[in-house]
Write a protein that binds this ligand. Structure first.
Ligand code: COA
Length: 290
């Protein structure tokens, strides 16, 4: 039995899937996809190609990794992104071994890799089906450069001659100032201890959540506005209409704005801006606060 089949078989238990963040509703489809691949030599060979590409990136801190820049990743076998998903399942234990080599506790390892299941959940809410269209994003977690520390996720980023902690905000509940303070403090301690060879001097964020237009549309005491206030804005890096629609409504592609809910102030802000011909932007910022 090959390493790939051993790994995939081991991934079919509820326990293994739960450890990787798969919610109960997504586990039957994950198990079915694994079983279908195990029964299909050609598919296994394809998963192996992608798994090898992911494995080759483990430990590539601060480098651009793109293991899924490969035609097989775009296959729709079993659903969007299912081959990359199986490759990630097959490699999870190698990433855990890398974490151990850096002295990273198992609970941080599990939390960090559980973004896989979170993204499968996001995929279902976006497309109404099992799959993983955000497999490109997960490449960072599975090369060993994405860590969930409290409310936020971080990866080491090299900018000019400086290492920074790039900050990401998953959809896991409110972004309270206290949770952000706690996460920043955890990140400073964690990277100092486990990645002393990459001494980070500041936090970095690139997000549609930093668009200053949000501060004009939301209440000053809202978590998003208070989060924005931490950052020294740098520049608008690009357009973010698609990000706003994806992160607030979990919609991709052409969206009929009239069909979107307007229950919250953020939903109203996003839709009304686009309806009036305005646009959202992706902004970058830095901060040194802990
Ligand atoms: C970032 C996030 C955690 C902020 O949530 P929060 O802490 O509730 O934010 P705020 O307190 O600033 O919320 C302000 C208002 O927007 C609403 N709101 C916040 N996030 C919302 C979302 N994703 N969808 C709909 N409404 C949202 C709140 O309910 C509140 O509405 P109200 O004024 O009508 O009561 C949340 O927007 C989220 O999970 N977003 C998806 C992840 C994301 O965008 N990541 C960045 C990727 S680059």
């Amino acid at each position: 039995m090959s390493l790939l089949t051993t790994r995939l078989e081991a991934a079919t238990t509820d326990r293994a899937l739960a450890a990787l963040g798969f919610r109960r509703d997504d586990r039957p489809d994950a198990k079915a996809a694994i079983a279908a691949a195990l029964a299909d030599r050609e598919r296994l060979a394809e998963v192996e190609v992608l798994a090898e590409r992911v494995r080759a990136t483990i430990g590539a801190i601060g480098e651009r990794v793109a293991p899924f820049d490969h035609p097989l990743a775009a296959s729709n076998w079993g659903g969007i992104g299912v081959l990359p998903l199986l490759a990630l399942l097959a490699v999870a234990d190698d990433v855990r071994a890398f974490h151990r080599s850096r002295g990273i506790p198992a609970f941080v390892s599990d939390r960090s890799l559980s973004d896989l299941g979170q993204q499968v959940w996001v995929h279902r809410r976006t497309y109404g089906a099992f799959g993983l269209h955000t497999y490109g994003w997960l490449a960072a977690a599975f090369c060993g450069n994405l860590y969930s520390l409290g409310r936020l996720q971080f990866n080491l980023l090299r900018r000019a001659d400086e290492w920074m902690l790039s900050t990401h905000i998953p959809e896991t509940g409110p972004l309270t100032p206290e949770s952000v303070d706690d996460s920043f403090a955890q990140a400073a301690a964690f990277f100092g201890e486990h990645f002393p060879d990459y001494p980070a001097t500041a936090f970095h964020c690139e997000s549609w959540l930093l668009d200053p237009q949000l501060a004009r549309a939301l209440a000053p005491a809202s978590n998003i506005v208070r989060f924005q206030q931490r950052w020294r804005l740098e520049e608008k890096v690009g357009p973010a209409d698609g990000d706003a629609l994806f992160f607030v409504f979990r919609r991709r592609g052409d969206v009929d704005l009239s069909t979107l809910p307007r229950t919250t102030s953020l939903q109203r802000a996003v839709v009304e801006k686009l309806e009036s011909g305005g646009h959202w932007g992706l902004w970058s910022g830095t901060c040194t606060a802990t």
